[in-house]
Design a binder for this molecule. Structure first.
Ligand code: PMP
Length: 393
């Protein structure tokens, strides 16, 4: 049986991580994998997470199973963070998942059960795992234009022109904030135009929210999602706690679904069924920490302070890099780096230039020239800027 297996394509980003580890150079710079790093290159456990873990260790008396769909307190805390305090409780179904990836996967599965034959529309480019999972599921998907590579900005006219082809019941996948890999995001006016279009077409928005708090702030980064939630009758939101709580390996995520209140019980039941068919219960540890942090005022303040410092740090690096590139190139063609939000920007380098920077300078970025801003620090910004200019970007 097993000799029938075929080699699977490597995940390019994970392969790059391996290459970086094997590089003996001391001064190598990792701008590849999407993990936040502080100025010393570490991915710290956040203070509030440590404190919550301590409290949990002391108070937890059982590790028996929780609920199939996860704890209601986790659902409520996350719904409040994403949709705001006045979220529509009568419209909400929720499912604790294995990270944001699990939330995406279960969202696809839910849509497939509810409406076989739909097409999902995905931004070009998008997080590669969206496409990989959709292909694995043999799910019909189409790309909509999103990014103008020359302008390094959202090509909204092209996006809307492509989405004009959406059919009733189709799902449109949008990045809630901090678009991965481009860093280029919709304005609120553009979100509103997208809402109008989806409403007119009878399409269902699916929002992947993996970086809330990394762009313009917790509420600001949820503004597009909240607008869509208010305007559209059915909405899927796949949220990840990996980045904003720094709990990547705990695998904490949630799928939230807004529906007509009349469909809520059916939706919630189907969500629980989906967990049962895949891994039964989702991991609980991270979800419990997140719930404690979001509902305990002291822990929440501590977490928000640290998250804000992380966000400000990335903004500072963006500004520093844009300024350095402006100085070296004598032009404003890299100003987009300061305007983009989140952990990533797409530099606009060719694969050859990316390769040159890896070989000559030990700078690792994804082949499409996506760079992880958080991989930089005050010392490495000028090194990267010089390498970018030397490579002729
Ligand atoms: N969506 C996007 C856009 C992402 O960038 C990521 C993480 N790279 C995820 C979802 C999933 O994150 P996780 O499964 O680690 O929570």
């Amino acid at each position: 049986m097993l000799s029938n297996l075929k080699p699977q394509a490597e995940d390019k980003i994970l392969a790059l991580m391996g290459q970086f580890r094997a590089d003996p150079r001391q001064n190598k710079i990792d701008l590849g994998v999407g993990v936040y790093k502080d100025a010393t290159g570490l991915t710290p456990v956040m203070r509030a997470v440590k404190a919550a873990e301590k409290q949990l260790w002391e108070a937890e008396t059982s590790k028996s199973y929780t609920a199939l769909a996860g704890e209601p307190a986790f659902h409520a805390a996350m719904a409040e963070m994403v949709f705001g305090a006045n979220y529509p409780k009568d419209r909400l179904s929720a499912l604790a998942t294995v990270g944001g990836t699990g939330a995406c996967r279960q969202a696809f599965e839910l849509a497939r059960i509810a409406n076989p034959g739909f097409t999902i529309w995905v931004s070009n480019p998008t997080w590669p795992n969206h496409l990989s999972i959709l292909s694995f599921l043999k799910q019909d998907h189409k790309l909509y234009r999103y990014f103008d590579s020359a302008a390094r900005a959202v090509d909204f006219t092209a996006m809307m022109a492509d989405l004009d082809g959406v059919k009733p019941g189709d799902v449109v996948l949008l990045h809630g904030c901090c678009h991965n890999p481009t860093g280029a995001n919709l304005t609120l006016a553009q979100w509103s135009a997208v809402a109008d279009l989806l409403e007119a077409k009878g399409a269902i928005p699916m929002i992947d929210l993996a970086y809330q708090g990394f762009g313009d702030g917790l509420d600001e980064d949820a503004a597009g999602t909240r607008l869509i939630a208010e305007r559209l009758p059915e909405v899927l939101v796949a949220a990840s706690c990996s980045k904003n709580f720094g709990i990547y390996r705990e695998r904490t995520g949630i799928l939230m679904v807004l529906s007509d209140p009349a469909d809520r019980a059916l939706t919630q039941g189907t969500l629980a069924y989906l967990n049962r068919q895949t891994y039964s219960f989702a991991p609980d540890h991270g979800a419990r920490l997140v719930t404690m942090i979001l509902t305990d005022p002291a822990l929440r303040t501590e977490w928000q302070t640290e998250l804000e410092a992380v966000r400000q740090g990335m903004l500072g690096l963006r500004e520093q890099l844009a300024a350095e590139l402006k100085r070296l190139s004598n032009s404003d063609r890299f100003d987009f780096i300061a305007q983009h939000r989140g952990m990533f920007s797409r530099l606009g380098a060719t694969p050859e230039q990316v390769e040159q920077m890896r070989i000559k300078n030990g700078i690792y970025m994804v082949g499409d020239s996506r760079l992880n801003i958080a991989g930089l620090n005050a010392e490495t910004v000028p090194i990267l800027a010089q390498a970018v200019i030397d490579a002729g970007v």
